[in-house]
Design a protein. Structure first.
Length: 214
């Protein structure tokens, strides 16, 4: 693995290569992309590329990790500090759909990662799930998630909802020529109603922790 840049200028150069590589991989696919195409689009020489990345495989894996970091940050910043789990879900999903609208490469890159770098794809999902599980466990302790629901199962199920709803109403609409596709409000609200009904405890189904404190 190549060394991280030691200077601010080096950091900017590496970030530029990552940004361009993301676009090249998303447009051409991993196998049709090349280091030459990436460096030409980034306006740097191949020697500069190899200062930061050892190979096309390595830069692809870093693109996946960069997208993961950015989408997790977007969701965390939107959901953190919300009053209650349902509000956090609402703002987290809103941020996710906004991110996918702004960065349609997310879906295209992750689909390629399934075959090019499956270990990094698994890392991508597990990192998202880890924070999600922690949030749902906390919600369960505060009576916002029924004891009968396993937080890990709920986290992965909710991730699946977000990914497929975003695929259908954001990415596919973008690919159909609808420009900068955004999540239709009625689809967003329907998704939120589904999630609210799935997560909200039925009467008498709150957590045992809540029962002991009341």
């Amino acid at each position: 693995m190549s060394a991280l840049p030691r200077t601010e200028r080096g950091g900017r150069t590496r970030a530029k290569i990552l940004e361009v590589a993301t676009a090249v991989f998303a447009e051409r696919g991993y196998h049709d992309a090349s280091i030459v195409k990436i460096t030409e689009a980034a306006g740097v020489g191949q020697g500069t590329f190899y200062l930061y990345f050892a190979s096309k495989q390595e830069v692809f894996e870093e693109v996946v990790r960069d997208l993961n970091s950015r989408v997790r940050r977007a969701m965390f910043e939107a959901s953190n500090g919300q009053a209650g789990r349902l509000a956090a879900e609402r703002e987290g999903f809103r941020a996710y759909f906004r991110f996918t609208a702004d960065n349609p490469a997310l879906y295209r890159i992750m689909r390629q990662a399934e075959f090019v770098a499956p270990h990094v794809l698994r890392e991508h999902y597990e990192r998202i799930a880890a924070g999600y599980v922690a949030g749902l466990q906390d919600a369960q302790q505060h009576g916002e998630l029924a004891e009968s629901i396993e937080p890990e199962v709920a986290a992965w199920a909710l991730m699946g909802i977000g990914e497929l709803v975003g695929l259908r109403w954001v990415l596919w609409e973008h690919e159909n020529g609808n420009g900068h596709a955004t999540m239709p409000p009625h689809v967003f609200e329907s998704t939120m109603r589904l999630i609210e009904r799935a997560l909200t405890p039925l009467p008498g189904e709150g957590s045992t922790t809540e029962g002991r404190s009341s």
